[in-house]
Design a protein around this ligand. Sequence first.
Ligand code: SF4
Ligand code: SF4
Ligand code: SF4
Length: 378
Amino acid sequence: MSAQTHPMVIDGKELTFAPGETVLEVARRNGIDIPTLCHLKGTTPTGACRACVVEVQGARSLVAACAMPAAPKMVVSTESPKVATARRMVIELLLASGNHNCLVKGSDGRSFEEYAERLKRAGGGIEPCPAWGDCRLQELAWRYGVTGGRFSPTPVRYPIEDVNPFIVRDFSRCIVCGRCVQACNEVQVNQAIHQGFRGARSKIVAAGDRPYRESDCVFCGECVQTCPTGALVEKDVRHKVRPWETRKVRTTCSYCGVGCQLELNVKDNRVVQVTGVPDVPPNYGSLCVKGRFGFDFIASPERLTQPLIRANGDFRQASWDEALNLVARRLGEVKAASGPDSIGVLASARITNEENYVAQKFTRAVLQTNNIDHCARL
Ligand code: SF4
Ligand code: SF4
Ligand code: SF4
């Protein structure tokens, strides 16, 4: 923050802000929780969802905290009765848009345990939402005691897009908040999706309103991770994996040397999903298609688990001792016959720094050649 600060008041607390900060940023920096749906940290605010409206003394109407620049002597209320009423209306309208057959509907709004139990039991009579409770809209409905039913649902205009390799788009649960567009265009800078059509026909569109797989989409999955509802869900996870069934194991992506931080979501001892670790360098939650979706190999039955030795034009399984002895003997023979520079070693961009260090040490100190390189595809 700049050394130049100004005073303002939020919920009775005198706070300072730097030029350019929004009311939302000042509030969050000071531990004041203003709910948001469309806001995506680090991108241009759109003020699309109106969940973050606050009351500013002297203003004619409520303002969106995510887009409102903080100003000297500004006095803000983030949870006044007027604000709470407006937020309830926003949430009620969003729940009535499309097909939010949400378990928060009909909840008594008092017992979270009862509600969570109903969520876990669902799956019989009604088709459960694939968000499985991992939904910011549902959380807000719970927080503000909105149980739905006040307005008739708007018609579902667009069918589910299920033709993509990794991502299912369910427009019936899309609240057109535009968060995915910000993620695609401003975080990943892929420019693959945009706001399309107008009014009740509003829709997030890929080029020419075609499926992701026929567009410029590179399937990085940033939009899925960013979506606050069940509108974008990973294909292999949809209706199969519930958030509370997995444990998260943090690790470093092994596909390249960037070192992206990710979490393996593990169910029944198998990796079922990969998510980026938010707010941590170097990737700050973002991943590429390989890091996010390229994990099938972990449990592949075709994976090599034992050394193979080629004999008579075919491979046969061998013990590690036999394989290593063979390699050592042959390297020694080649070195004795043709000199160390007749040998070259290819390491890999996919292994760790430590493993590459050992590979170069072995090449230089044991084989006595500088012929060490790596192949990005190994
Ligand atoms: S997307 Fe969210 S609000 Fe809509 S039905 Fe699913 S859980 Fe409920
Ligand atoms: S797909 Fe998700 S992130 Fe994108 S506009 Fe719809 S609800 Fe928002
Ligand atoms: S997967 Fe990546 S490239 Fe494709 S629409 Fe989503 S954010 Fe854009």
